[in-house]
Design a protein around this ligand. Structure first.
Ligand code: FE2
Length: 387
């Protein structure tokens, strides 16, 4: 078995859960490294219009940073980035695309002080041979370690080995589950928290392992044990502005977005215990939850908590635009007054399809036809074109 490259775990004191979900002891004792380095000007990247902060958290309308340069704001304490659903793989040259993403983050000016990974970091342990999964994890970790700032791993549904009836490993393989990624990404546990510059960050695990008829599997859930831990973790950091990050969302409005009345409100796109979760966050005044999994941007504010779903680093698993979103990520500004702002950031990447990617080609053609029709309708509606 190929050796994985452990991440040099950065970070201030980490408040961890005590096991890694596979019954293995959690890693601990990683030393602090000073990753913060002054970056040069002239960064690449395409800044995109963000969405206004909601409610009391909105202190200004986010602006479109030009060329990756974030406009100075004297209230900003620090910036951080949320990178999710990178699905790092060799197919479609995804690993090269991820290297471009890392360059883009490193070139942001001012530099983010930390990067929160949002899960689905490697593509994928559910349906691939173990050696291939190890290779993808290795590619992810190697590139991520080129970040000039600390990064923090988070488990996504593709970051686990074999929790599916399509698994390519025996159901009793000792590496089934989350352990491989947790170890490689230097995570102290499947869920954990840490502090940075007066803010509290909580990384959660939405991949709840279960045993079903075909063997080990997962459901989208935090579970009672993790919720219990969360209650007291937030209690112990009372008064600190807090941001949570997790892979599968608490809220995802795919049904409404697609106008699909048959879509279930509670489905595999959201955690099943989101109400219990939401009430804990509301009780403790958590600022925001950063979500992934759907690869589509959403922004939902409810009872004081801001649920932000970032677009994905890989878009359609490196197969081109996904429902209007190119490869990209989210940048956030943490204010000295506890306020928060965010915007999305894309990076230059042209997709590379494989010869067998017929469905991707069809999907891209459909998308282009849709965009062309939208432009035609718009020109009619503004009087620039005849019906
Ligand atoms: Fe994903």
């Amino acid at each position: 078995m190929k050796k994985l490259t452990p991440k040099d775990k950065p970070g201030e004191p980490v408040n961890t859960h005590s096991s890694n979900g596979n019954g293995r002891p959690a890693q601990a004792g990683n030393s602090r490294r000073d990753f913060l380095k002054k970056l040069t000007l002239g960064a690449g990247g395409i800044g995109l219009l963000g969405t206004t902060a909601a409610g009391a958290m909105s202190r200004r309308t986010p602006v479109m940073p030009a060329g990756g340069h974030i406009l100075p704001d004297e209230n900003t304490a620090f910036h951080f980035a949320h990178l999710t659903d990178m699905h790092v793989r060799r197919q479609r040259r995804g690993h090269v695309g991820y290297a471009r993403c890392i360059e883009s983050v490193n070139n942001l000016d001012p530099a983010p002080e930390l990067v929160l990974m949002g899960g689905d970091m490697a593509f994928d342990g559910l349906y691939n041979e173990k050696d291939d999964f190890i290779d993808m994890i290795d590619l992810f970790v190697t590139e991520s370690n080129k970040l000039k700032m600390p990064w923090y791993g988070c488990i996504g549904n593709h970051d686990v080995l074999g929790l599916s009836n399509r698994r390519k490993v025996p159901a009793d393989d000792p590496d089934i589950g989350k352990g491989m990624m947790i170890e490689a990404a230097g995570m102290p546990a499947p869920y954990y928290s840490f502090n940075h510059n007066g803010w509290h960050f909580v990384v959660l695990d939405t991949i709840y392992q279960v045993e079903v008829e075909h063997g080990p599997s997962y459901v989208a859930r935090l579970g009672e044990e993790q919720l219990e831990w969360l209650r007291f973790d937030l209690g112990a950091h009372q008064g600190m502005p807090t941001v949570c990050v997790m892979h599968i969302a608490a809220f995802c409005n795919m049904g409404q977005i697609n106008g699909d009345p048959a879509a279930l409100a509670m489905n595999h796109m959201v955690i099943s215990d989101n109400r219990d979760f939401r009430e804990i966050l509301e009780r403790h005044g958590v600022k925001a939850v950063l979500q992934g999994h759907s690869h589509q941007v959403e922004d939902f504010y409810f009872n004081g908590v801001w649920y932000i779903t970032s677009q994905s680093v890989s878009a359609a698993w490196w197969g081109g635009n996904w429902r209007g979103f190119n490869p990209g990520y989210t940048v956030l500004a943490a204010g000295k007054d506890g306020s928060l702002n965010w915007w999305r950031q894309e990076f230059e990447w042209e997709h590379h399809l494989e010869p067998g990617d017929t469905l991707e080609r069809e999907r891209i053609a459909e998308r282009e036809a849709f965009e062309s029709e939208q432009r035609r309708l718009y020109e009619i509606e503004i009087g620039r074109r005849e019906r």
